[in-house]
Design a protein around this ligand. Structure first.
Ligand code: F3S
Length: 391
């Protein structure tokens, strides 16, 4: 891979040991994937935050690094609400280790916004055509597909390397040739809310790491950002889709190749619900990916003046919660909890919730494997009805 004179100097250790180690990661990836050169990134989103996932070895690796990030960099969800971890039932030892992870990132100048939806809380992290180094799979999918930016799904170390160096290797989804649709998915059905998560769950399993192009017909209204977020998150979890298109909704593909054609209808979506029944759910968790202000408002409307009879979590970014205190108050007056900085999948606290009812295809895909609990899928209204004891 070609390195400029300055990049070469960093690689050789002339700008310090940490930067040399980071450049080594970028060059190794570039060599593996045959990248021509490095490219500057506009922002970085770093996975490897929950102590549950990175453990002691990960903490030591991050804490050992020196220097400051050179581009706006924010974090993925942590293993707990950084303020209300006791309420979540997190033990003191885990909480201490989690705070040390956060402290290590803070020392490097990373912004302590632990969220998988950075695009909901900051303007200016990503725009059409921007090169990024984002990690979390739903955020990567949203950036590539809805914003029209360009990012691979970075691992924690390579994202941190990109944050400190300010660049990433130019390969994969940074290049037009890898952004062509591989599958044409024709869907004839009116889709709403969690149907997009169910559709994504199905299509992710079918196309694996392909690039699906959706042609939707029979819709009463076009999908909004919340539905697109859910669709992408689901496909990234049941498969490993990092880029998709929706005809006349998302930015268009740069070119076309040979696509495989798949036709789906309402009955296929209903099968996903039927395969993941909600009977016996002891808890409800919403906010995968993290709720937007609009989604908090919808949940607040359904809960206002009512009391939940099951444990119910609503996960969001701290900034979103802080900017909408009235919605948080309404939700919490029902007995549900609005947890920030974390989620039902990356927090060890969900392991004791029993079977969890979700409205998210991504949480549905990940909860059994990563939290060891069963999950059932329903619409947001059904989830809230269950929490209220109405079903
Ligand atoms: Fe976000 Fe956690 Fe879901 S990181 S996408 S809320 S699994």
């Amino acid at each position: 891979m070609y390195l400029s004179r300055e990049e070469e100097a960093v690689y050789k250790g002339e700008r310090g040991e940490t930067l040399a180690r980071m450049m080594e990661i970028l060059v190794a990836l570039g060599d593996i994937y045959d990248a021509e050169r490095l490219v500057p990134v506009r922002s970085v989103q770093i996975a490897g935050v929950s102590f549950k996932n990175i453990g002691k070895a990960g903490l030591e690796w991050i804490a050992d690094l020196q220097g400051t990030v050179t581009v706006p960099s924010i974090l993925n969800p942590a293993g707990m609400d950084l303020c209300r971890w006791k309420e979540m039932g997190i033990d003191v030892d885990f909480a201490e280790k989690q705070q040390q992870v956060i402290q290590a990132y803070r020392k490097l100048g990373v912004s302590i916004d632990c969220t998988c939806t950075p695009y909901q809380i900051y303007d200016g992290l990503a725009g059409p055509g921007d090169h990024l180094a984002w990690s979390e799979s739903s955020a990567v999918s949203y950036a590539n597909s809805v914003i029209g930016a360009r990012t691979n799904r970075e691992g924690g170390p390579s994202a941190l390397a990109a944050a400190l160096v300010g660049k990433t290797a130019l390969y994969g989804y940074h290049l037009d040739e890898n952004r062509r649709p591989t599958h044409l998915i024709e869907v004839e059905a009116d889709l709403r809310g969690s149907d997009y998560g169910a559709l994504g769950f199905l299509v992710g399993e079918m196309v694996r790491d392909g690039v699906p192009f959706f042609r939707l017909s029979g819709l009463e209204s076009q999908p909004g950002t919340g539905e697109l977020k859910a669709l992408g998150a689901s496909m990234a979890a049941s498969g490993s889709v990092a880029l998709y298109y929706v005809e006349n909704v998302t930015p268009a593909p740069p070119s076309w190749g040979e696509e495989e054609r798949i036709s789906l209808g309402r009955e296929d979506i209903l099968e996903v619900y039927a395969a993941h029944p909600t009977e016996g759910a002891q808890a409800v968790a919403l906010g995968c990916p993290h709720c937007s202000a609009e989604e908090l408002e919808g949940i607040a409307r359904l809960l206002e003046g009512r009391k939940v009879v099951k444990e119910m979590w609503v996960c969001t970014a701290r900034k979103t919660a802080e900017q909408n205190p009235h919605l948080v108050r309404i939700i919490e007056e029902s007995g549900a909890r609005v947890y920030c900085d974390t989620c039902m999948v990356v927090s060890p606290a969900s392991e004791s919730l029993g079977k969890i009812m979700v409205n998210s295809g991504k949480a549905l895909a990940y909860l059994p494997g990563l939290a060891g609990v069963k999950a059932g899928l329903g619409s947001i209204e059904e989830c809230i009805d269950a929490a209220l004891g109405r079903r």
